[in-house]
Design a protein around this ligand. Structure first.
Ligand code: ZN
Length: 126
């Protein structure tokens, strides 16, 4: 496949990190930018079309926020299952498997993102 070229401007530290990682894994910057762009677009625009959706919400939050997270998740019909862990830094980490309409999953992910330090949705649907 013929590739297209375009100029990209990065902050110096991000450029250095990109170059360091490219050397470490034995590839070039273009390959990493291509992979990152593909993942970003898949993650960010997964909810652009309505569909029956399922996947994992991966969340990390301060232990003091557990009550608020529980209020979002307990009894929520989207939640199929939860695995809860404690980090060494007094944080909670959870993998939450959810299934429902993509709009509902998107809303739950958005609510979780407001409470959590890190919150990422990993879809398993196509
Ligand atoms: Zn989906």
């Amino acid at each position: 496949m013929r590739k297209r070229r375009f100029g990209v401007s990065l902050e110096p530290e991000l450029f250095e990190e990109l170059e360091r990682v490219a050397k470490a894994v034995g590839t070039d910057r273009s390959r990493i930018v291509s992979m990152a762009t593909r993942e970003y677009l898949a993650d960010r625009f997964h909810f652009a079309r309505q569909h029956p959706c399922e996947g994992f919400i991966i969340a990390c939050y301060a232990s003091g926020a557990k009550g608020e997270v529980d209020r979002l998740l307990e009894g929520n019909p989207l939640v199929v299952g939860r695995a809860h862990f404690h980090t060494e830094g007094d944080c909670c980490a959870e993998a939450i498997y959810v299934r429902g309409s993509s709009d509902s999953v998107w809303e739950l992910h958005a609510s979780m993102s407001r409470v959590c330090r890190h919150c990422r949705y990993v879809p398993v649907c196509t």
